[in-house]
Design a binder for this molecule. Structure first.
Ligand SMILES: [Mg+2]
Length: 412
């Protein structure tokens, strides 16, 4: 065995939310299960569906009325984010028994570097089977394992192959990567979204193989660092390590909410923005971070005629201060809102950096603000989210009280 060769796993959970619900309620076993929000409050879209429901045609984000028509026997379950987070942490614990290098990538996907674990647990294939069994026995969820020599190979092995075969395990390596992926559509490559796909189609790149054949220089010239990364991905090359500190990875923190009714008055929207800014900043402070880029997105009320926007602004000093983030979001609101009714609002703070290196700004006393925010966070943690709130949340458009029992817009 080549000593320099790494063995990386991507461990992914099948229909995670739905699987966790089924694992905790035997009555759901063998039935099509759809995890969805509350129809009364316009959260009535599909968040997750188990394979039986998917087979019937249910898709993520499908509205409930449509689910009822394509799959009348569907069992509807409200989401319980607290349970999913707990299950995710439990899975992380299991993975840590195989290696100390585990990197949660999303709530239901985790990377592992098991290079040094082979002498203890055997071949990668064998280890993957052991991990699947442990997760099934202890959490009741089916895991799929992509195996590669790096993260991109593991991710592609999982998404494009392990999710589609019976045993839920697939291995890509530098020898078979090109052969297995070259004929796949270019948007099957990790990192290619619909926008990039259109760009690539325009210059005659339709498959991963087409992309791999283009000169690196051309990609770099067109799309800079992104072009470089895409070209490397198409070749299955990736040097990034599996990082066990998940907060290091955190690119940004965002929150969004679907409103219980159309909001048409600026004052109402401002109240929601302040609450979102408060929540986002609280989470950013908890990570000991500050951010410089504030993004705001609106979605219109009429889903058949999509309206809305997604815009961002970058401020000169990184912040985790609610009022500063709120003010930046107000500017975006002023500039880009077309006064159409709004049904869904998202706010995020990106380009995060450590909050230990505070910029000296004599005029706005950032250190004091940080301490005030942290104190508020501590009180909320101890006494609940409604212990301290901004007076505007008492207005009818405020959603804080409604949301106090929820995490990420779902019920905890
Ligand atoms: Mg999954």
């Amino acid at each position: 065995m080549d000593k320099k060769k790494r063995v990386i796993f991507l461990v992914d959970m099948e229909s995670f939310y739905a699987s966790v619900e089924i694992a905790s309620n035997p009555e759901l076993v063998g039935k099509p299960v759809v995890v969805c929000g509350d129809p009364e409050k316009r959260h009535g879209i599909t968040l997750a569906a188990n394979p039986l429901a998917k087979k019937a045609g249910v898709k993520t984000a499908m509205p409930l009325w449509e689910v009822k028509s394509v799959c009348p026997q569907a069992q509807f379950v409200r989401p319980h984010m607290g349970k999913y987070i707990e299950a995710s942490l439990q899975i992380t614990e299991i993975l840590y028994e195989f290696t100390d290098q585990v990197e949660p990538f999303s709530i239901d996907e985790q990377f592992m570097d098991v290079t040094a674990s082979q002498s203890l647990f055997g071949s990668p294939q064998h280890m993957a089977k052991m991990i699947q069994k442990r997760i099934w026995d202890e959490v009741g969820v089916r895991a799929r394992v992509g195996i590669g020599e790096n993260k991109i190979q593991a991710k592609m092995a999982c998404d494009r192959f392990a999710k589609k075969n019976l045993e839920g395990i697939f291995e890509l390596n530098s020898t078979n990567y090109m052969k297995k992926t070259a004929s796949l559509a270019v948007d099957e490559l990790f990192g290619v979204g619909s926008r990039m796909k259109r760009n690539l189609y325009k210059i005659g790149i339709y498959t991963i193989g087409d992309l791999a054949k283009r000169p690196l220089e051309e990609m770099k010239k067109r799309w800079g660092v992104n072009g470089h990364i895409l070209w490397l991905s198409a070749h299955g090359i990736d040097y990034s390590p599996v990082k066990n500190d998940s907060t290091e990875l955190q690119k940004g923190v965002g929150n969004s909410i679907t409103l219980p009714r159309d909001y048409i008055y600026k004052e109402d929207i401002q109240v929601v923005l302040l609450e979102l800014a408060d929540e986002v900043c609280r989470r950013v402070r908890a990570l000991h971070k500050r951010g410089r880029t504030i993004s705001l997105s609106f979605r219109g009320a009429d889903f058949n005629h999509p309206t809305g926007f997604h815009r961002q602004t970058t401020i000169p000093f990184a912040t985790s201060d609610t009022i500063e983030v709120y003010q930046a979001s107000l500017q975006l609101l002023e500039h880009f809102w077309d006064r159409q009714p709004v049904r869904s609002i998202g706010l995020s703070l990106d380009q995060l950096e450590d909050d230990r290196e505070i910029q000296l700004d004599l005029f706005s006393h950032p250190i004091k603000k940080l301490q005030l925010g942290k104190t508020m966070d501590e009180i909320r943690e101890r006494y609940g989210k409604t212990a301290i709130f901004r007076a505007s949340s008492l207005l009818s458009s405020g959603l804080l009280f409604d949301r106090a029992t929820k995490i990420g817009g779902h019920e905890a």
